[in-house]
Design a protein around this ligand. Sequence first.
Ligand code: AMP
Ligand code: GLY
Length: 443
Amino acid sequence: MPEQERVLLVGGGGREHAIAAALADDCELHACSSNRNPGITRLASAFHAVAGTDVDGVVEVAEAVDIDLAVIGPEAPLAAGVVDALAEAGVYAFGPPRAAARIETDKVWARQFMREHDVPGCPEFETFASSEAAAEHVAGLDHDVAVKPRGLTGGKGVRVTGDQLTRAEAADYVRASDHEEWVIEERLVGEEFTVQAFVAGGDVVATPAVQDHKRAYERDEGPNTGGMGSYSDTGRELPFVTAADYEAAVGTLEATVDALAAAGHDYRGVLYGQFMLTGDGLCVVEFNARFGDPEATNTLPTLETSPIDVLRAARDGRPLPDVVADGRATVCKYAVPEGYPTAPEAGTRLDVDPDAGLSEADARPFFASVDEREDGLFTTTSRALAVVGFGDSIAAAEAAAERGLSEVGAAGLRVRHDVGTEASVRERVEHARELRGEPTESP
Ligand code: AMP
Ligand code: GLY
């Protein structure tokens, strides 16, 4: 048997636990992050306590262990230029260089790029270089908008008027914030979904659609979070996403990769599209330059194609293989500290043994921000633990996720139990029917 390749995984959250699980059998996995993720440390051959944003530190690790290939999980290392630095050191990283990662990391650049290159689904927007000018603009509008600071905010910087707050409140929020540069864009109304694709050499290989639940509380109430849970169906579509919608989403990802190439960026890595199905068709809420978290926990475990084959093809300049999914539906539910995201309570002890599997065969835990100490696992101020259920329908996967959750003992943690339930999915289907002007079932 040939010697296994050494793969460096940068990042230590739930998404990276899912990436590690998808790669560990097929390579010698080296993990690199500031936190010790108990799921990742148990899968990796070696763990290096270096933050992904410590670019020199990551390069040092890659050189010291003679890494064959790197995978970058989160956005912050991309923004810090880790891909560029690894390339300089002769290490291929699956992830975009800093300039191309702006599609996620710089919301001003991303919208201007979409407009300039006629990428479909771009809402009306204006950009502002001072928070005062942006706030004045918002206060004087007669329609609803989304206000977005230019840089990365972990999914928590956007405010939508007419939904979360009034325009006057949004103006105050902009004025009081530390951010100077803003995008103020048309408020999109509809149902959101995600499509993620592997990209390299101009190839775009899409994975099944997923719906995340960004709001903190059940029935989509409360502040935005990094994502409280998500589901995917047995096919590539979702119950409210038709084959035509899915194809349109993939077409938008392809158009974006072509436009990036025209602008001199040979994009590589994951391109994540957050789409809004509206009454006027599909719009782009945002792009990300990496897998989603939790969306990676839905798609990666169901891939029959080994991701290592995709990464190797990308590195070696070969066409990317198609990725085949195994046809299971998935439901992911995140257990988060009480008070998350506004006033999260760190230090709650989790009643879960990372060395023990679940007796529930159709569910899998993925660890995120937990602190592993001698006396157990404790919450930090971010999402703690995701449980993903699998089944031959979304309902079966949802039931499996709940059984898994009750086993890991998420006592003291908060979960959105409505993610993936039949009632919740039905509401979304009805909402999409309404948006399309089709008759709805409920009176
Ligand atoms: P982002 O950080 O860009 O993912 O935005 C977080 C969330 O804000 C999205 O998932 C949407 O729910 C919402 N959002 C962002 N842009 C818009 C928009 N133009 N209209 C309505 N909602 C939006
Ligand atoms: N779940 C949303 C994100 O990863 O950005």
